[in-house]
Design a protein around this ligand. Structure first.
Ligand code: ZN
Length: 695
């Protein structure tokens, strides 16, 4: 067969059949060339050769549109602008990671895992912690079907059209070495290379657009373009770090093997990955990563350490959202010195008066910092920060930059005086208070305009109800001009379109876009609405748990403290905040109004663990088990809604007996408590098979 490339441009003699054949050949050649270029770094075709094939394929697809398939490289150029992003529930939640900051922290984490498993050692794998955005990419029968952002871990946004434009994401998996399962999900981190970030910002500057703060921000902005042809212009890249949901294959035995398999399928994994038999090995790897971080073209903020064995990962499970089998070792924060130009006070959504520093712009860890938090009044007094001081500023990863101390080289002039914290709220002028045990000074005026503006801004923000175009300025204008004085007023704005048109700075198109965006946001799920209300301590993840447990706004409103603290991850402080929130007349009125206006989403997601037959039952585990440790068994029981206790009483439902049992076994027999063995216990937990009582 002639493998040399031949032009077929003027060939009009294609039949549907021969066109399909030729298209298939071209797709394979281009996909292969892309993989060699973008993933393996060993280009095979030159640009002209690549272009010629692409042009021919485009022409074929124009003539025979049925040849346009999801895995065609022509689909990387982007699709027409989308209306918005659809929400997708992750088949397996995308977990977050706990953090450690030093060797002791790392050792303690590893020891906890070993104790849990009752094992002497468990080897690990170390990977760079890329400062990007987590993504899940699903392949059905080897063809990329969908890409979803992490979102709140339970559900994210469908960004398929955009991810298709990322050249290092294979559109079709390679099955030469390992067969590709019917369904497989890659989990990876999308990022923008540092070198290209500067270029992107220079271009944006030239076009008069706002520049991005850092590469992570730019990656996020690029991934969330409604117009994917815009994303296609951004040089995003990816590293796949794990398999997510998989159907139809035996899972790899170790994380290391999983990475090898991903690589063989054509996924781009990070070349810097280290095995570590002990925490000492892991520390060596961490130090090595710290050294190379300046020389690589993407941001890393630490190293992720994972227990290598996948069966052990499964046994370890998660506490709340943090897996027990993985931890992030965070690199120390980056610091710089600059001048504190002025101290300002901001009024937050909950009335907190937060001081912040206006700084002489300074580069900290690759980002220009002009503002940094000063935390609270006490912090300023304790560290004696004064306007005009030389100060040390630090930032770590995503965290807001902070002023940590006055520089040792600081020299004060004679007229320098200690900073005086304002004794009135800068927004409403009322007297703020500091409650006991709380460092925060708060404005407690329920009608404080600044607080309401912040709440409105938060309500409409992207992670919350997500009303496009409803930012800080709009929130300010609508409140100050009297259009909105409570959240429910947002949904009455369409009745006042004529009046809104009279606001000279907005204009008809912007008003109509805003009204459309408000209307579109009415469909948001309950979890977002709960987060949007701004109840103290409720983040997007806890809002999701509340939603799943109580299903409706009324359900959450009527929840008791006892019910709330039963939710994994919700403690008594947050439970109290929720109950207190719904005890305030103004808030109850808001909920009623929202429901009346049709803002009353229902969460229909299937129940998770609460329907397991072990739910509500009391267990005692005694003796030595073969396949798991006692703490692991107790953990299984708790995760399914049961109660694991240490002593046998008349209320105990089951005694799970291993070998070498003692007094508990005797007591259970005496009290007539049902005794089950390990096999029965596993069947009960895994399959929900309730053990039969045999007398
Ligand atoms: Zn105030």
């Amino acid at each position: 067969m002639n493998t040399h490339y031949q032009f077929h441009f003027d060939d009009e003699s294609y039949t549907a059949n021969s066109a399909a054949k030729r298209a298939l050949q071209l797709k394979d050649e281009i996909n292969r060339a892309s993989k060699l270029y973008y993933i393996d770094n060993t280009p095979e075709l030159n640009d002209a050769e690549w272009d010629a094939r692409m042009q021919e394929l485009l022409k074929l697809e124009a003539d025979f549109p049925e040849l346009i398939t999801a895995d065609s490289p022509t689909q990387r150029v982007g699709a027409p602008p989308a209306e918005g992003f659809e929400e997708v529930v992750h088949p397996i939640p995308m977990l977050s990671l706990g953090n450690v900051f030093d060797e002791d922290g790392l050792r303690a984490w590893h020891k906890r895992a070993l104790d849990f498993l009752e094992l002497e050692n468990a080897p690990m794998v170390c990977e760079l912690k890329i400062d990007g955005l987590a993504l899940a990419i699903t392949y059905r029968n080897g063809v990329m079907e969908r890409a979803t952002t992490r979102g709140d871990g339970e559900r994210g946004e469908d960004v398929t059209a955009n991810v298709r434009t990322i050249k290092s994401v294979p559109l079709k998996l390679d099955s030469i070495k390992h067969s590709v399962p019917p369904l497989v999900e890659f989990r990876g981190e999308v990022f923008l290379p540092n070198s290209l970030f500067d270029q992107l910002n220079a271009d944006r500057h030239a076009e008069g657009l706002t520049e991005y703060v850092n590469p992570r921000n730019a990656a996020s902005g690029s991934l969330r373009q409604l117009d994917s042809s815009e994303t296609a212009k951004r040089p995003l890249d990816i590293f796949v770090y794990a398999l997510g949901y998989v159907e139809g294959i035996k899972e790899p035995s170790s994380h290391w093997n999983a990475l090898e398999t991903i690589k063989s399928w054509g996924g781009k994994t990070n070349p810097w990955t280290r095995k570590a038999a002990t925490t000492e090995d892991a520390m060596k790897a961490i130090n090595e990563a710290f050294m190379i971080r300046e020389s690589i073209d993407y941001g890393i903020d630490g190293v992720v350490i994972k227990i290598d064995s996948i069966p052990l990962q499964k046994r370890l499970g998660a506490v709340g959202r943090d897996p027990r089998w993985a931890i992030a070792y965070k690199f120390p924060a980056e610091k710089a010195e600059t001048t504190l130009k002025a101290i300002h006070v901001n009024v937050g959504r909950t009335g907190a008066l937060t001081p912040w520093a206006e700084l002489e712009p300074v580069m900290v860890g690759g980002v220009t910092v002009e503002r940094a938090t000063l935390h609270n009044k006490d912090e300023i007094t304790r560290k004696d920060f004064r306007e005009g001081d030389r100060v040390v500023v630090q930032r770590a990863g995503d965290v807001i930059p902070q002023v940590v101390s006055v520089s040792s080289k600081n020299k004060r002039s004679g007229d320098s005086t200690p900073y005086k914290f304002p004794n009135t709220c800068p927004s409403c002028g009322s007297n703020p208070t500091s409650s006991d045990g709380e460092a925060t000074t708060r404005c407690i005026n329920v009608s404080c305009p600044a607080q309401f503006e912040r709440l409105l801004e938060h309500y409409a923000s992207r992670g919350a109800i997500d009303i496009e175009g409803f930012g800080e300025r709009v929130a300010q204008d609508l409140t100050r001009l009297g259009f909105v004085s409570t959240i429910s007023d947002i949904y009455k704005l369409h009745e006042r379109r004529e009046e809104l048109l009279k606001i000279d700075k907005m204009g008809e198109t912007r008003i109509d876009n805003l009204l459309d965006a408000i209307n579109a946001s009415r469909q948001q799920p309950l979890s977002r609405l709960l987060f949007a209300l701004g109840i103290s301590g409720i983040g997007s993840e806890s809002a999701s748990w509340l939603s799943r447990r109580f299903r409706t706004l009324t359900g959450v409103r009527n929840a008791t403290i006892e019910e709330l603290i039963k939710i994994d991850g919700i403690g008594s402080i947050v439970a109290n905040n929720i109950v207190n929130y719904f005890n305030v007349a103004k808030n109850l009125q808001l909920v009623d109004e929202l429901i009346e206006l049709g803002i009353n989403p229902i969460d229909n997601r299937p129940e998770s663990s609460t329907t397991h037959p072990a739910n509500g039952l009391i267990f005692v585990v005694t003796g030595k088990l073969e396949t798991m440790s006692r703490s692991e068994a107790n953990n299984r029981i708790k995760s399914l809604g049961g109660k694991a206790t240490g002593s046998v009483t008349g209320k105990t439902h089951y005694l799970v007996a291993g070998t070498n049992t003692g007094a508990k076994f005797d007591k259970a027999q005496r009290l007539g408590v049902q005794i089950i063995n390990e096999m029965e216990f596993i069947a009960f937990m895994d399959e929900g098979t309730v053990p039969i009582q045999t007398e």
